[in-house]
Design a protein around this ligand. Structure first.
Ligand SMILES: Nc1nc2c(ncn2[C@@H]2O[C@H](COP(=O)(O)OP(=O)(O)OP(=O)(O)O)[C@@H](O)[C@H]2O)c(=O)[nH]1
Ligand SMILES: [Mg+2]
Length: 342
């Protein structure tokens, strides 16, 4: 059995691809609170999607309690600054806090921007907070595809509040909705006009809207525009979310921000909504898992890949339709399953 640098076995099981297993030593160190091991596990799930199932298998019974808080909004409005403030505020309220900052990928290195790496230093030595920066890679919608798994690692490590800052891409940050229990939308005074152009989805999904940089002129105008939009019902909100003004620079409104997040988190749990959201995500995960697993098993019938290539070449030539082949291939699999069963 081979073991890679993270201590994760990478032997192949015929038919179902590599089935990595987490070593007992590594798992013990993780449970004992070794932050380096946590960081290494995150790198593993970030860089090697095939390691995810085996790693997550260990997390049984350790997931489902943490509140995942998405922090989203246009570029430069102060999301990272507020995440630091919220993380400290939650830590002071006896929570253990994870922070995941998703940075735009550099087209050259795929690495995360230095800015957030530097900001992270702030939390070095603070056991209550674990911060991690991820590159957004090919994930569209402002998140790295590995984000939910990274959040799982951080929750299993013992954090009960997890902040997820998305890339400030403005228009397409809807990924966050799929992995956050609460969504905080951050705006700033100069985004007044931009409210019209914000994707309706994000306005509908926001559980809290923060107008940051209220030390700059124009914050009131943005608040008024927001109230107007919600009064029209244009954002189809269940009901208008709380609107807050903050200034991270002048430390204004920050306690209220953290208190509001805590209040929303508490009512999420008490209303049963938190459990519902988790259940809905599990349904998605099971569906995707079945698709993936069936696909891999299908391909593992050695002739499948070459048959697909050949049929595609024929279809390209003849102008025939792919779906006939799909149906025929599925019927064949069904037939084999029946033969085995009978
Ligand atoms: N005047 C003022 N500046 C602020 C405030 N909060 C943050 N900033 C500044 O705004 C700039 C952007 O802050 P970030 O926290 O990096 O913003 P961001 O939304 O995370 O940015 P991206 O991740 O690049 O989209 C920094 O220079 C901050 O110091 C505030 O309340 N008032
Ligand atoms: Mg940022």
């Amino acid at each position: 059995m081979s073991t890679d640098s993270v201590g994760i076995h990478t032997d192949s099981v015929p038919g179902v691809g590599p089935q990595p297993a987490l070593s007992a030593e590594l798992w013990q160190a993780f449970l004992a609170g070794d932050r380096r091991v946590c960081a290494r596990l995150i790198s593993k799930v970030e860089n090697d999607p095939r390691s995810v199932p085996a790693i997550r298998e260990r997390f049984a019974g350790r997931l489902g309690q943490a509140i995942r808080i998405g922090v989203t909004g246009p570029p430069g409005v102060g999301k990272s600054t507020l995440c630091s403030v919220i993380a400290l505020g939650l830590a002071e309220r006896q929570h253990r806090v994870g922070v995941i900052a998703v940075d735009p990928s550099s087209p050259f290195t795929g690495g995360a921007f230095m800015g957030d790496r530097v900001r992270m230093e702030r939390f070095v030595g603070d056991d209550r907070i674990f911060m991690r920066s991820l590159a957004s890679r090919e994930g569209r919608g402002g998140l790295s595809p590995a984000t939910p798994y990274v959040a799982d690692v951080i929750e299993a490590f013992g954090m009960d509040r997890i902040l997820i800052e998305t890339v400030g891409v403005g228009q397409a940050e809807l990924d966050v909705l799929n992995c956050a229990d609460l969504v905080v939308l951050v705006l700033q005074p100069s985004t007044g006009d931009a409210i019209q152009s914000l994707k309706a989805g994000i306005m509908e999904a926001a559980d809290l809207i923060v107008v940051n940089k209220s030390d700059l002129p124009g914050a009131d105008t943005v608040l008024q525009s927001l109230r107007f939009v919600y009064s029209l019902g244009g954002a189809k909100a269940r009901k208008a979310p709380p609107l807050l003004a903050t200034s991270a620079q002048q430390t204004e409104g920050l306690d209220e921000l953290v208190d509001t997040i805590e209040r929303l988190a508490t009512s999420l749990v008490e209303s049963g909504r938190h459990r519902e959201l988790r259940q809905a995500r599990l349904v998605d995960e099971i569906r995707r898992g079945i698709q993936q697993e069936l696909w891999e098993r299908f391909l593992s019938q050695t002739e499948a890949e070459s048959a697909i290539q050949k049929v595609a070449a024929d279809l390209a030539e003849s102008g025939g339709m792919a779906y006939d082949f799909v149906r025929a291939a599925c019927s064949q699999v069904e037939l084999r399953v029946r033969e085995k069963r009978d």
